[in-house]
Design a protein around this ligand. Structure first.
Ligand SMILES: [Zn+2]
Ligand SMILES: [Zn+2]
Length: 156
């Protein structure tokens, strides 16, 4: 019997339940990964269900059994949730493609950059400069660093 027939009729509780069970069973690995990834980004069940074409009941019942805390994010793209190929002897990848990497960084630019970019004034030449991810920079360049160290050792 074609199970889709039950959709045309007003959905009874049993039919809703069966639909959820079937959708969960037939959900692809990719869809599961996408749900996990989207939930980690704080996307609501309703939005996920529209994006993936799965009923929101299915999404929420899947999420209840797969709490975001248990998610292993290492093997799925941070942007689109696509499973990533894991190549041994290589750094674990976070994105499936450069396009996804760019999109993600563009979306998180403000948040990430404000945290990681620091402004300094060079202790040697007095030029202002910015450095990424290092709070303890003193010199704008290696040249100034060497000059500074040299002066320290041999005061004028
Ligand atoms: Zn991707
Ligand atoms: Zn300098």
């Amino acid at each position: 019997m074609p199970w889709r027939a039950s959709f045309q009729n007003p959905l009874t509780k049993v039919a809703v339940f069966l639909r959820i069970v079937k959708e969960v069973i037939f959900m692809t690995v990719e869809q599961k990964a996408q749900i996990k990834s989207l939930r980690c980004q704080g996307v609501g069940y309703g939005t996920i269900s529209k994006m993936l074409g799965i009923s929101s009941n299915t999404v929420s019942s899947f999420c209840r059994r797969n709490k975001p805390g248990n998610t292993n994010n290492k093997s799925i793209c941070k942007q689109c949730g696509k499973p990533l190929e894991i190549k041994s002897k290589r750094k674990p990848r976070k994105f499936c493609s450069d396009a996804c990497r760019l999109t993600w960084w563009n979306n998180h630019l403000e948040y990430v950059d404000r945290k990681a970019m620091y402004s300094f004034v060079c202790a040697e030449c007095g030029k202002p400069f910015t450095a990424y991810g290092n709070v303890h920079r003193k010199y704008c360049s290696r040249e100034c660093y060497i000059k500074g160290r040299y002066r320290k050792g041999k005061p004028r």
